[in-house]
Design a protein around this ligand. Structure first.
Ligand SMILES: Cc1ncc(COP(=O)(O)O)c(C=O)c1O
Length: 313
């Protein structure tokens, strides 16, 4: 769960990335990331393209931002972050690929299943604090005492540029697509898509009661938002990041909301109809498209994560 990360200690808020930063990121991470496929499908007589990013190494797009930030910071032999979710795993796998040390702080009650994946990726796992914010504070204290690069989950220009490589690949591999549909937590993927998508519209999808970007648009600035959703472990940023919001509010991102029920039904439909197994957050965009809330001729829905439990019967 990546909660609010505002503040200069946590990232490089203030530096706003541009399309060139996504192009640089794509070249930088190319030897390490999987080039995930685009998959044109017809569902109930309607056409769409799916970007199968849930097949990314580490199980989500989060690897891309972590790779980009680490490759652009060659002196940072140790990377530290706080996240028991996809960001923590993405950082752990990126660090292993680049032979760096990773220390991932998680709250004391973080689920063992997620912690086990982080440890299996070779990172040091530290349980600290009763909440995500306390785990962040512990991680920041570690960096202040021992050094290393604290890697934010979304409020960082290099992380945003790295996430934008998903959309850059869509633009290359499915140029006929006219909109890119993504799920939003702290806004890194959406902001990166706005930069990397070659001017295509970005549809930013959030759960109804967990919508930091929607609430920021209404307020005209990032504000605290509730995080009540079955997808809160992935999309539950209390506040959209300053860097993502600066990018998104300057561009043409459209905010769309879905209910938890729609998201879960979409996740089930992806498996039943297409045999694609994703986590609930990853089905948010598909839910918006099924509900007719995506206005585009041929959208690309990014399936962004597959870190779900596998329980064979
Ligand atoms: C599967 C999945 N989708 C989307 C997001 C949202 O990403 P961002 O925080 O960059 O908006 C996350 C964040 O962890 C995620 O895990």
């Amino acid at each position: 769960m990546e909660r609010a990360e505002v503040g200069s200690r946590r990232g490089r808020a203030g530096e706003i990335p541009g399309p060139d930063d996504v192009a640089s990121a794509l070249a930088r991470i190319a030897p390490y990331r999987r080039r995930t496929p685009v998959f044109p499908v017809e569902v109930a007589g309607r056409q769409l393209v799916l970007k199968l990013e849930h097949l990314q190494l580490s199980g989500s797009f989060k690897l891309r931002g972590a790779l980009n930030a680490l490759l652009a910071s060659p002196g940072a032999t140790e990377v530290v972050t706080a996240s028991g979710g996809n960001h923590g795993l993405g950082v752990a796998v990126a660090a292993r690929l680049l032979s760096r040390r990773a220390t991932i702080f998680v709250p004391e009650d973080a689920p063992d299943s997620k912690a086990a994946r982080i440890v299996a990726a070779g990172a040091e796992l530290v349980r600290a604090g009763g909440t995500y914010s306390e785990a962040v504070e512990a991680a920041l204290d570690r960096v202040e005492r021992r050094g290393g690069r604290y890697l934010p989950a979304y409020d960082d220009p290099l992380v945003v540029a790295g996430q934008g490589t998903v959309a850059a690949e869509v633009a290359q591999d499915a140029p006929q697509v006219d909109a890119i549909v993504v799920a939003v937590g702290g806004g890194g993927l959406a902001a990166g898509s706005a930069l990397g998508g070659g001017g295509r519209k970005v549809v930013a999808v959030e759960p109804e009661r967990c919508c930091s970007f929607h609430d920021a648009l209404v307020a005209g600035r990032p504000v605290d938002a509730p995080t009540d959703s079955v997808a809160a472990s992935a999309l539950g940023a209390t506040r959209v990041g300053e860097v993502p919001f600066a990018v998104l509010s300057a561009g043409s991102a459209e905010s769309v909301l879905v209910s938890d029920e729609e998201m879960l039904a979409a996740r089930d439909a992806l498996f039943e109809e297409l045999r694609l197994a994703v986590e609930p957050a990853s089905a948010a965009g598909y839910a918006a498209w099924l509900a007719g809330r995506v206005e585009a001729e041929l959208p690309c829905v990014v399936l962004c994560g597959a870190n779900t439990e596998w329980v064979p019967s």
